[in-house]
Design a protein around this ligand. Structure first.
Ligand SMILES: Cc1cc2nc3c(=O)[nH]c(=O)nc-3n(C[C@H](O)[C@H](O)[C@H](O)COP(=O)(O)OP(=O)(O)OC[C@H]3O[C@@H](n4cnc5c(N)ncnc54)[C@H](O)[C@@H]3O)c2cc1C
Length: 242
């Protein structure tokens, strides 16, 4: 167990905060792993109120530990959002098997909202180490201003398959509620047509799905029942609580 110290809160996409913490000496983890944060000082200090799980949103190649989350109304979120520079929170050791696969040939990532967090880490880690992964990301949000990491992903795309990196990255954004004038990407929920348009043969692909529980379940049905993807080629991470 660690006590991690807040350095700053950064504003992410609409309704999203990135809280940056000092990385404890020797703290290591795999890209995509998650931690439990615990506040001991919330009045109703029981575990259910005081603890939440978060994927570490910074890559192990980065200096600090970052937690990226949708702002909330729970006692936990009030405590997290209310932290001041220098305040500390308890953090358990990183766990989880939803991690960047070594297979570099072709990884398909499907994210709903803040479920983008592990995929941002996959890409950042792979780029920083020049591992040469081939990524296709399908990223669903209700509206354009909820797209987290927009600027950073534009940069990833600009550098994809250039002298700067061996990685090949494709990103497909879709908006489910409303799209701004001139929106040129997809609209509506992620569906088999969107996937087939970009991926000829799904059989050899690894699929990673992350987002709210219902979204992940819907994607499993889509991939297995509608598209015939082998279950063993699908990995999922459900962000409970949304
Ligand atoms: C393995 C794993 C990894 C996870 N990683 C992450 C992560 O990286 N980032 C992350 O954000 N979550 C992550 N989660 C989910 C996280 O643990 C919390 O469950 C989630 O953030 C919800 O937090 P909360 O219960 O404090 O509720 P809140 O955030 O307070 O939300 C509770 C409910 O209220 C709604 N709500 C929020 N604000 C308002 C408002 N202003 N008005 C009306 N309704 C509102 C929310 O939509 C939600 O339905 C992860 C979960 C797991 C299991």
């Amino acid at each position: 167990m660690y006590n991690i110290e807040l350095l700053e809160h950064k504003k992410g996409a609409e309704g999203t905060t990135l809280s940056v913490f000092k990385r404890p000496d020797g703290f290591d983890y795999l890209p995509g792993q998650h931690v439990v944060l615990r506040f001991m000082n919330i009045k109703t200090g029981d575990a259910e109120t005081g603890m939440r799980t978060f994927t570490i949103a910074s890559s192990p190649t980065e200096e600090n530990i970052i937690i990226a989350y949708r702002n909330g109304i729970s006692e936990f979120k009030k405590a997290l959002q209310g932290m001041k520079k220098g305040d500390t929170v308890k953090m358990f050791s990183p766990v989880g098997r939803f991690v960047l696969p070594e297979d570099k040939s072709s990884i398909v990532m499907i994210a709903g909202g803040i479920g983008i967090v592990p995929f941002r880490v996959f890409m950042k880690y792979s780029i920083d180490n020049d591992l040469g992964h081939d990524f296709v990301l399908f990223y669903s949000n209700p509206t354009a201003n909820r797209i987290t990491y927009k600027e950073e992903f534009d940069e990833f795309l600009k550098n994809s398959r250039t002298e700067k990196t061996n990685n090949n990255i494709q990103i497909v954004n879709t908006l489910t509620k409303s799209a701004p004038d001139g929106w040129r990407e997809e609209k509506g929920r992620i569906n088999s047509r969107m996937i087939k348009d970009r991926i000829n043969d799904v059989s050899g692909r690894l699929f990673y799905v992350c987002g709210p529980v219902d979204m992940v379940k819907d994607m499993e049905v889509l991939l297995i029942d509608e598209m015939g993807v082998d279950e063993k080629n699908i990995k999922t991470e459900k962000f409970t609580g949304y």
